[in-house]
Design a protein around this ligand. Structure first.
Ligand code: HEM
Length: 424
């Protein structure tokens, strides 16, 4: 899930700054970096500064070096939500807030540990070749529905594919997938302080629809004892995770975590192929090795141009990190994308290297909240690219894009016709 930097009570500030920053190309700030054309020199300048830099205007600390990012994400004193606001104020009380309150991603302690164990173990049992088959099938279907030679068609393809694949894995029938993708699109909007009141209303409606359809799915899952859901439910029973404690919201969470970030990983891989014709040639000449080369590419892109550029932590007890005293209530912006390019961890970090030795990637988090869906996301993104590479009419040289306004997601929106539809 692409979530946002600041909680609801800071949203006006965040929105205000982002609006200003997007209107001007300069100066780059922590708020517009994720969707800036090139945020990496800015991140390099932050890495050269203090281990934890205080931004007085936004009243937050910034961690950019790999070692400091690790220390923050490992610290028990740094939580995923502020104690005083477990659910963002702007969605609390509605269906979207109800889902949010149960997500493993947004909880600590017991509410995190057992569900995380169940989810991680269930996802790790998924056969990646099965994910590949689902992705291939949906890629074929979606490229006949959307004209990927147009900016809009390509964007639709990239956003729909991951959620269709994960929806199928969870057990939804094909005819349910388009509605699922639309609800997901509306639901994830509520996680951003950039959302309008109308978007929050739409998110609550979508959340309710998602709750209903997942309820039916869970009932039907009893008839499919070999399915993913039946396996997850039996594992949950063994470990003492009960339905009342949020299994259903966390299944919705699996889709929301998949949705935009995976589209961003595939999209950022496309923009990299556009900018690196030498690597595009390697892919085009890949032959039988293409799946392996694409897998290397996607893993390196996750490091080089992360679809999730940052996360945040809230200090829940006074502590010291990287020699800096922090107080309860402090907010830390954790720059995953800056840590990925720390030369202390990844030598020659600004070069895209397919066979980078001992690659360290922070894009999927680190420590107890690290993403359990990394391999699934990489698999979907790799097959998504494979499909586009196999289409002779798809021209990487004509790609144009902007980035979806976001405080932490770097997700390209392809804008202009890639190809004149009149002369295919
Ligand atoms: C490119 C795609 C993805 C990216 C970049 C990504 C990134 C992340 C990050 C950074 C976190 C940790 C956030 C933090 O610590 O603050 C996270 C957590 C999580 N992700 Fe992903 N993710 C992706 C895809 C997926 C997929 C496909 C799934 C499931 C099928 C998934 C499921 C989860 C879950 C359940 C968590 C919460 C883990 C916890 O809090 O313990 N993610 N992801």
């Amino acid at each position: 899930m692409v979530d946002e930097l600041f909680n609801a009570n800071k949203s006006y500030t965040a929105f205000h700054y982002l609006t200003i920053s997007l209107a001007m190309t300069q100066p780059i700030t922590i708020l517009n970096a994720a969707c800036h054309t090139n945020p990496y020199p800015y991140y390099a300048s932050l890495r050269e500064g203090p281990a934890l830099a205080f931004n007085a205007e936004l009243k937050c600390w910034i961690a950019s070096r790999a070692a400091v990012v690790k220390e923050v994400l490992e610290s028990a004193a740094c939580a995923v939500r502020p104690i005083t606001e477990p659910v963002p104020r702007n969605i609390a009380g509605g269906s979207a807030g109800e889902i949010f309150s149960h997500l493993v991603r947004m909880n600590e302690g017991k509410a995190h540990a057992v569900p995380k164990q169940v989810i991680q173990s269930s996802l790790s049992k998924l056969d990646l070749s099965g994910i590949a088959a689902h992705t291939q099938q949906h890629a074929t279907r979606l490229t006949s529905k959307y004209d990927v030679r147009t900016g809009n068609g390509l964007t639709q393809y990239l956003f729909n594919l991951p959620v269709h694949v994960m929806g199928s894995v969870l057990g939804f029938q094909e005819n349910a997938l388009p509605a699922l993708a639309n609800w997901m699109s509306d639901f994830v909007r509520c996680l951003s302080p950039l959302s309008t009141a109308e978007q929050i209303d739409a998110a609550h409606i979508a959340a309710k629809a998602l709750q209903n359809s997942f309820r039916h799915l869970l009932q039907d899952s009893q008839a499919k004892p070999d399915g993913f859901l039946a396996g997850l439910q039996s594992e949950a029973t063994q470990l003492g995770w009960h339905h009342a404690d949020g299994i259903l919201p966390n299944l919705i969470g699996l889709l929301s975590q998949t949705y935009e970030a995976t589209a961003g990983l595939a999209g950022n891989s496309l923009t990299a192929l556009h900018a690196h014709p030498d690597i595009l040639k390697i892919m085009r000449d890949g032959g039988a090795d293409l799946p392996q080369k694409l897998s290397q590419l996607v893993t390196e892109i996750a490091r080089y141009d992360a679809p999730v550029q940052n996360t945040r932590r809230f200090v829940i007890q006074d502590c010291e990190i990287a020699g800096q005293k922090l107080q309860t209530g402090d907010v830390i912006v954790v720059l995953l994308a800056a840590a990925n390019r720390d030369a202390a961890t990844n030598p020659d970090p600004d070069t895209l290297q397919l066979d980078r030795p001992d690659r360290k990637v922070f894009t999927f988090g680190y420590g107890r909240h690290a993403c359990p869906g990394q391999h699934i996301a990489e698999q979907i993104a790799g097959i998504c690219l494979h499909h586009l590479l196999s289409m002779p009419a798809f021209d990487f040289a004509t790609l144009h894009w902007t980035y979806r306004p976001s405080l932490n997601g770097r997700i390209p929106i392809f804008t202009q016709p890639l190809h004149n539809k009149e002369t295919p």
